[in-house]
Design a protein around this ligand. Structure first.
Ligand SMILES: Nc1ncnc2c1ncn2[C@@H]1O[C@H](COP(=O)(O)OP(=O)(O)OP(=O)(O)O)[C@@H](O)[C@H]1O
Ligand SMILES: [Mg+2]
Length: 264
């Protein structure tokens, strides 16, 4: 066993190298090495393996926090049997993240409550776990962000940042119509990301209605042309999961309208 001075130097070196996990376990690893008669290579493998594992875990945690997901949703938690309209093979293929490696987009279409956001977040979390960068934003929020950047003269920097993510989620396209400036900025974002990274869009509107959403048919077709060039569309047709949960809980849906202004 190493003498105290060498041990102290070893610990100090590990700290200087910021190998905090290795430093915290080095004593017990060396004790194990003696008691279990481990080889040098096993000791090194164990020590460095633990350091790599903990660093990877903390990178995943930080990236997940910075991604801005509105909730933690995993693909494992998604009950496919509730949504038989989703092609199981397609879903399994999405899970492999081949679309990220190939810079393909994913568009999840469907009515409210069918799990579009859940799928988008789940894929984003899976991508982070696989070592990719990901960022979530609602379409309205992202357009507001681009408008602010444009007003400040920092649009190029913001677009560069948003095109740097390997996976960008743009949620809820179609709930609120875009104004002229908004749809122009949206087009710029789509153009910048074209063939560079994967964007996951969710929308309650079919492609034919995007002209209305973007307030301009010409821009909408230019946007769709780019988005759909390398893309996978997931059509979710079933019932709202929220609605089903309410039904199970015996809560009427939609809630009975309040009788406003009625004389008592
Ligand atoms: N198949 C499913 N399995 C498990 N949970 C589900 C499933 N579908 C939806 N959910 C849950 O139901 C809730 C509503 O789903 P989500 O928010 O993803 O719907 P959405 O399609 O994005 O709706 P909206 O268009 O209103 O935004 C979430 O809490 C989600 O986790
Ligand atoms: Mg949603």
């Amino acid at each position: 066993m190493a003498d105290d001075l060498t041990m102290e130097r070893l610990r100090e070196s590990l700290l200087q190298l910021r190998m905090f996990t290795a430093e915290s376990i080095v004593d017990s690893v060396l004790e194990q090495a003696v008691s279990k008669d481990m080889s040098f290579i096993d000791v090194l493998d164990h020590l460095l393996g633990e350091e790599v594992r903990s660093r990877r875990a903390s990178t995943i945690e930080t990236r997940t926090r910075l991604a801005g997901f509105p909730a933690k949703k995993t693909i494992d938690e998604f009950d496919l049997s509730f949504q038989p309209s989703i092609d199981k093979k397609l879903f399994a293929d999405l899970r492999t993240l081949r679309f990220v490696a190939n810079h393909e987009n994913v568009i999840v279409l469907g009515p409210p409550g069918v799990g579009k956001t859940h799928i988008a977040i789940g894929l984003g979390m899976e991508a982070i776990r696989a070592g990719y960068s990901a960022y979530y934003a609602n379409s309205t929020t992202i357009i507001e962000k681009l408008k602010r950047a444009s007003a400040r003269g920092t649009l190029d920097r913001t677009l560069r940042k948003l095109s740097g993510y390997r996976v960008l989620i743009v949620d809820e396209i179609g709930y609120l119509p875009m104004d002229r400036e908004g749809s122009h900025l949206f087009f710029q974002l789509v153009s910048r990301r074209y063939e560079k990274g994967s964007t996951i869009f969710t929308s309650n509107k079919s492609y034919g209605e995007w002209g209305e959403v973007l307030g301009d048919n010409v821009i909408a077709s230019a946007v769709l042309d780019r988005i759909l060039h390398h893309s996978i569309t997931v059509n979710v047709k079933g019932e709202s999961y929220r609605l089903q949960a309410r039904k199970r809980a015996g809560v009427p849906y939609p809630p009975p309208a309040k009788e406003v202004g009625k004389a008592k």
